[in-house]
Design a protein around this ligand. Structure first.
Ligand SMILES: Cc1cc2nc3c(=O)[nH]c(=O)nc-3n(C[C@H](O)[C@H](O)[C@H](O)COP(=O)(O)O)c2cc1C
Length: 354
């Protein structure tokens, strides 16, 4: 028995091992065959992994942060390994929107995987312009607004750390596109739920979290920061408990689906995020160590579900989060009451007709 399938479960929905679990999920209107996404910036535009991984078996692929014009990124060194993680200061280097539209999206469309475009910009206007230009483009399943990158001077974290600026940016994007809009949140704030609430009010269909935590490393021989930019973003298992706590809190605070990430290494980690309230998860740094990791995580989630009697991923979402469960029960109750009311008034109207 694999590590993932062992141990007592949080509850049994039906006798274990009866049926093949259904891993499919719908998040912000995006239909995915399983809840495991490749995280932005760690999977390129998919081509980099195509010879190693069957991309069509991923839940979704989030491409790297893309801007209106090509961005050069920060000078090297831009990455360094840290205890149980890594620091990066890539600075959102990317070949720009035209390249994405011309070269990558047509190829990605043929891979049979929902593609989420991670959007970056220097101003709110640039984010909105990206949203406008991507609206209706074949092969784009959703947008993810990256308002949380710690490695750029303008844009990124500057928006994500301020609830008002974040909301204004999301409103602009919302007006510019009818695509599902995911907003990626930064952990580098005092209260992540305040930003989450505001971006949802502004029109986000889902939130994803967490982006990297600001960190640094110093070379004691040169007495200089290891990264050329000084600080960078910390990712990998070192940040997992922080990410999990933030997912737990945000899932209690907003009505939209939460996509959880931060240091997910195996299926058990992914299940932790789902139990905390994540409707889907994304895997980033782990793919640098083992490109096949996201697909192995899919198998391990399935094994957990079989081992614990869960037929659908949805049945596990938020089971370890009573605040989330209460909120969902209230919402479901309110929706049912609303439907009853609608049916009631239809019957009355029907009666009038007869
Ligand atoms: C090298 C690198 C590049 C990244 N680039 C992006 C990016 O372009 N856009 C973005 O939203 N997040 C980016 N991220 C953040 C990841 O998508 C993810 O939120 C974070 O690394 C936490 O997940 P992990 O610990 O599984 O890597 C990047 C992370 C790394 C390590």
């Amino acid at each position: 028995m694999s590590r993932i399938a062992s141990g007592p479960g949080p509850g049994r929905a039906s006798p274990p091992g009866r049926r093949e679990p259904d891993l499919s999920v719908v998040v912000a209107g995006v239909r995915m065959r399983n809840p495991v996404m490749a995280a932005s910036g760690t999977f390129g535009y998919g081509r980099e992994y195509a010879g190693l991984v069957d991309l069509g078996r991923l839940g979704a692929l989030v491409v790297k942060g893309t801007s209106l014009e090509p961005w050069p990124g920060n000078p090297p060194p831009r990455t360094v390994e840290t205890p149980a993680g890594m620091l990066n200061s890539i600075g959102l280097e990317n070949p720009g929107l035209d390249h994405l539209l011309r070269e990558d999206l047509p190829w990605l469309r043929a891979q049979g995987v929902p593609v989420v475009v991670n959007v970056v910009g220097r101003t709110a206007r640039e984010y909105a312009e990206m949203a406008r230009r991507l609206d209706g483009v074949p092969g784009v399943a959703a947008l993810e607004a990256n308002i949380s990158c710690p490695n750029v001077e303008e844009g990124g974290l500057a928006f994500g750390a301020d609830p008002d600026e974040a909301a204004a940016l999301v409103e602009g994007m919302r007006r510019a596109t009818s695509l599902p809009l995911i907003v990626k949140l930064t952990p580098n704030v005092t209260d992540i739920t305040a930003v989450a609430r505001r971006v949802v009010e502004a029109g986000a269909d889902a939130v994803s979290l967490i982006n990297t935590l600001v960190g640094m490393a110093i070379d004691v021989e040169t007495r200089r920061p290891v990264l050329a930019r000084g600080t960078g973003g910390l990712s990998g298992p070192a940040i997992r408990p922080v990410a999990l706590a933030m997912v737990y809190r945000v899932a209690q605070a907003v009505e939209v689906p939460v996509i959880g990430m931060g240091g997910i290494w195996d299926g058990r980690d992914a299940v932790e995020f789902i139990l905390a309230g994540a409707s889907a998860v994304a895997v980033g740094t782990a793919t640098f160590v083992d490109p096949g990791r996201p697909l192995r995580i899919v198998e391990e989630i399935a094994a957990y579900m079989s081992g614990h009697g869960y037929e659908r991923v949805e049945d596990m979402v938020g089971l370890a989060n009573p605040g989330f469960a209460r909120r969902r029960a209230r919402r479901v109750g309110a929706e049912r009451a609303e439907r009853r009311k609608e049916r009631g008034s239809e019957e009355i109207e029907g009666g009038d007709d007869r």
